[in-house]
Design a protein around this ligand. Structure first.
Ligand code: ADP
Ligand code: MG
Ligand code: ZN
Length: 643
């Protein structure tokens, strides 16, 4: 694994630290001076009560006095055998005593007002200068603690820099994204042999945007480019820009590009560009945070325009939300190259598994291609995680090598969550769950394109599953056909249908199935145009290409059409439900036997399960329903069953 070192020595020397040091010495000196000055310039004297002073004046002992508003200093001369000694006393007047001059004159005391203090200006100066100095001192201290030398140089970019080729990642570490790799190899070639291109007058793209779902290897690819080309690699994350004070992000961008130009040819990698490049003027600012982001973005745009394409600085950015990026970022001359880094297909997954299994001891029975088949939709990061999970499981068994069983268990863990044997179900619940799962399995075995039913279990797993059925696809699918969608809906409703047939009532266990079935039916009608009545009209706005889930707002439609959509969705679900009931009715014996067996053994899988499910019989009306989605009116099975 590449170690990302924060190589500080390559960042400019931290001048701030030095300044900070002498600054603190100065501050301490000033403070000490402030303490010393009064005692230094003041005359040491004895403090006495005011009444004593008055008494001494009246007794004629006082020789002379300096009378200030809040302090009186006076001298007493005493005759001793070896001459006269003077003793100085001070006292504080009780109030402004207007009679005092008269009394002093009466007793022949020499008196005067105090001279203005020649050093008073220092005190005044200190009282003005010290507080802000102290404030800045503390501030500086805090900043230094927080972010090292970078903190006071607020504008300095904190891009981590990797020196020549030290990302340690090569193209061979990235697998399954061959198209993206081929495009990026051109970039590497430019960084290595710039002359070849510039003599021809060709302009190399300044910016490359890597677009793809999370975990597909975008960051890894960027590092691999730097590693292959053996050039410096500056990497910064978009979210790191959005920090501290307004204007700082922009200063960071400026500094980052300055550093990059000095070190050209090099690569500047901006990860999570969406944090920075969200479309400007979109949603209203929340807590004023937008201003800062916009300034930073503007700075980035102008920096990208500001340097010549052939300086050898190539900016690579990555995002998994290209649709929210500001259009200005994608203009020619900026991130005009987009490279899609998609989830890998089956062959890609096998290649990625190979990369990650390089350092893992595999048992002979491990077949990476089978694992690749069983992991559709897994991204590179998921596969890396899978290999590690399997290795951990093998280690827990104290095994010498990682077996296929470890991989299967690891896949199940990643897909369905951890086993929860501690969750104890009562007899009725267990029975309900068993019939429910067998219902899914029997229908799953008959429907087209759904893959093989591999396992049914009544061992609770993950957050909410009390039992589960695992159906593994036999190949990667990129399209779903009409009949397969219908089949999928019927499979989802199969669990609930089994409960209806066997117990005559339903449980709450089917909520998730019903949710998924309804979503799928709605999508078929509003997105895929699969309803005869409504035709190929899109009623949903589809935009979020890379985000899973289904949260699109409906297009503006008339209430009549809305009603029609609802009716069609319901009809689709009703028909699928009808077929599910019909199939299970048709295979009642198989349902009972398999559920009994499952209750005893908790898990059914492999050949054992296959031999049972192969007996499932197809009811006559299923073929027509698969083809048309319709049920002939003369067989109202649904109604009779629900009474
Ligand atoms: P992204 O930046 O696209 O979210 P990363 O590049 O951070 O994903 O990938 C995370 C980890 O997943 C990588 O460090 C690597 O171990 C693994 N990985 C992801 N994609 C691939 C791939 N195509 N080939 C090999 N490993 C991959
Ligand atoms: Mg990343
Ligand atoms: Zn279910």
């Amino acid at each position: 694994m590449p170690v990302e070192t924060n190589n500080k020595s390559s960042i400019k020397p931290p001048k701030v630290r030095q300044f900070g040091g002498s600054f603190f010495i100065l501050l301490t000196l000033l403070l000490l001076l402030n303490l010393i000055i009064p005692s230094f310039f003041g005359v040491r004297s004895l403090q006495v009560p005011y009444s004593t002073f008055l008494a001494q004046v009246e007794a004629g002992k006082v020789d002379r006095a300096i009378v200030g508003g809040d302090r009186i200093e006076y001298t007493i001369k005493t005759q001793t055998p070896d001459g006269t000694t003077e003793q100085v006393f001070t006292t504080t007047p009780v109030a402004i005593d207007l009679d005092l001059p008269k009394i002093l004159r009466e007793h022949h005391v020499e008196f005067a007002a105090p001279l203005p203090n020649p050093n008073a200006w220092i005190g005044t100066l200190l009282s003005w200068v010290a507080p802000p100095l102290i404030f800045f001192g503390i501030w500086g201290l805090l900043m230094n603690r927080q972010g090292g030398p970078a903190a006071l140089t607020v504008g300095k970019s904190r891009a981590r820099i990797y020196s020549q080729g030290s990302t340690g990642v090569k193209f061979s570490d990235v697998a399954g994204v061959d198209e993206a790799k081929a495009e990026l190899e051109e970039i590497v070639d430019f960084l290595k042999n710039a002359d070849k291109y510039t003599t021809l007058g060709a302009k190399i793209p300044k910016g490359v945007l890597l677009v793809g779902p999370p975990g597909t290897g975008k960051t890894l690819l960027a590092k691999a480019i730097a590693g292959e080309a053996a050039v410096p690699f500056f990497s910064i994350s978009g979210s790191e820009f959005i920090e501290l004070f307004v204007g700082v992000g922009a200063a960071r961008v400026r500094d980052l590009f300055e550093q990059a130009k000095e070190q050209a040819p090099c690569i500047v990698f901006i990860d999570e560009l969406d944090a920075l490049g969200k479309s400007r003027g979109g949603a209203g600012p929340i807590m004023g945070g937008n201003d800062e982001r916009e300034q930073t973005l503007n700075q980035l745009l102008s920096e990208m325009d500001g340097f010549d394409a052939n300086t050898g600085v190539i900016i690579i950015a990555a995002t998994n939300r290209p649709e929210i990026l500001d259009p200005a970022l994608r203009r020619p001359g900026r991130f005009d190259r987009q490279v899609v880094v998609d989830r890998p297909d089956k062959i890609g997954r096998e290649a990625i598994l190979k990369v990650h299994a390089r350092n893992v001891k595999l048992a002979n029975d491990v077949d990476l291609s089978t694992i690749a088949i069983r992991t559709p939709g897994f991204a590179g990061a998921d596969l890396a995680n899978l290999v590690n999970e399997a290795a951990l499981l093998a280690a827990r068994r104290n095994s010498q090598a990682v077996t296929m069983a470890d991989f299967n268990e690891a896949i199940e863990r990643l897909v369905a969550g951890l086993e929860k044997r501690s969750r104890v179900l009562n007899e009725t619940e267990k029975k309900t769950v068993a019939y429910h799962e067998v219902g899914h399995a029997i229908i799953g075995a008959l429907m087209p394109g759904a893959g093989k039913v591999e396992k049914i279990s009544v061992v609770p797993r993950g957050v909410g599953a009390l039992g589960y059925t695992i159906q593994m696809p036999e190949e990667d699918r990129f399209l779903m056909l009409e009949d397969e969608i219908r089949g999928r809906i019927a499979i989802l409703l199969g669990g609930r249908s089994a409960e209806e047939i066997v117990f005559g009532k339903v449980s709450t266990g089917a909520a998730d199935d019903i949710q998924k079935a309804t979503d799928l039916a709605e999508r078929a009608i509003t997105l895929y145009g699969m309803s005869d009545r409504l035709g190929p009209v899109a009623f949903e706005k589809s935009q979020q290409q890379f985000l899973e889930g289904y949260s699109n707002p409906r297009r503006a439609i008339s209430p009549k059409v809305a009603e029609e959509i609802d009716r069609e969705v319901k009809q689709t679900l009703d028909n699928a439900h009808h077929i599910a009931l019909s199939i299970l009715q048709h295979n009642r014996d198989l349902l009972e036997q398999t559920a009994e067996e499952l209750l005893q053994r908790e898990i059914l899988e492999g050949a054992d399960l296959r031999d049972r499910l192969i007996q499932a019989k197809v009811p006559g009306e299923m073929a027509e329903w698969l083809r048309t989605g319709k049920i002939s009116e003369d067989k109202p099975l649904l109604q009779t069953l629900l009474v």
